[in-house]
Design a binder for this molecule. Structure first.
Ligand code: KIV
Length: 291
């Protein structure tokens, strides 16, 4: 049985902190699921850390569906959330419903996430009313990076902070089951967490959220372009991969890989028969000799 939204709500009530990690492929999802991560987000950060785009904006629905399917196949217990890409829920309610439904019906996710507060509350309400759980996302919303003027801390002024509290309440009222708070001051995240009854999941939002989310490539030290301030590297897999790849290249060059252990043997009689057969074929070709 997978984790449910009521279990997540109970975790907030019992003050049990919730951990969420992003995942984009079968093998990673399997490892994270086996490690007991209750929430897996197929984030549109996929665009940057897996596909090499400069931002999350170019990510398409088809890319998200492809990767969400793999994460669902790799996980058994985790609740899988699919991230709705840029402009897939703004053009009309019909588009939002159709795209949200693809995550559930086609990819097998349990919920969708979308960015925005008051401005998307009606859409959230509509999607939830169709039976699709929605996770909100406010603060630094990367799909609006051009509007926000860069990857900056949000909610620093009184009016901006009040706006974010209002956004969180609008999402709660619209039926969202949780809200990601990204890159906002820790005291503001604590206030929002106290003001809403649904779990808040922070990234760069301090320790007082109900849960935390990290991009798995940041957490494992796999993404080497830059390390965001909010990220903690629990491993440095980029070093491990580089050194393993260098060792492989030199072993191939030296003929030290593969050894008998990585190869399959063949009965010597069969090898001799094969060579003899090839000799006959060559003789026929070269001299027209027939047996
Ligand atoms: O796309 C993503 O990975 C996200 C998280 C940073 C919350 O939205």
């Amino acid at each position: 049985m997978r984790v449910t939204i009521s279990e997540l709500k109970q975790m907030k009530q019992k003050r049990e902190r919730i951990s969420m990690l992003t995942a984009y492929d079968y093998s990673t999802a399997k490892l994270l699921d086996e490690s007991g991560v209750p929430l897996l987000l197929v984030g549109d950060s996929l665009g940057m850390v897996v596909l090499g785009y400069e931002s999350t904006i170019p990510v398409t629905m088809d890319e998200m569906i492809h990767h969400t399917k793999a994460v669902v196949r790799g996980s058994k217990r985790a609740f899988v959330v699919g991230d709705m890409p840029f402009m897939t829920y703004h053009t009309s309610t019909t588009d939002a419903l159709r795209n949200a439904a693809r995550f559930i019906q086609e990819a097998g996710a349990q919920a969708v996430k979308l960015e925005g507060g008051v401005t998307v509350a009606q859409t959230v309400e509509k999607v939830v009313s169709c039976g699709i759980p929605v996770m909100g996302h406010i603060g630094l919303t990367p799909q609006s990076v051009n509007q926000l003027g860069g990857f900056k801390v949000q909610g620093r002024s009184l009016s901006a902070a009040l706006g974010l509290v209002e956004d969180a309440k609008a999402l709660e009222d619209a039926g969202a089951f949780a809200i990601v708070l990204e890159t906002i001051p820790a005291p503001l995240a604590r206030i929002i967490t106290e003001q809403v009854s649904i779990p808040t999941i922070g990234i760069g939002a301090g320790p007082d959220c109900d849960g935390q989310v990290q991009v798995v490539h940041d957490m494992l030290g796999l993404f080497s372009d830059f390390v965001p301030k909010h990220a903690k590297q629990y491993a440095k897999l980029s070093d491990v991969i580089r050194s393993a790849a260098k060792e492989y290249v030199s072993e191939v060059a030296e003929g030290a890989f593969p050894t008998a252990k990585e190869s399959s043997s063949m009965d010597q009689t069969l090898v001799d028969q094969l060579l003899a057969e090839l000799d006959v074929q060559r003789a026929v070709r070269d001299f027209g000799v027939t047996g």
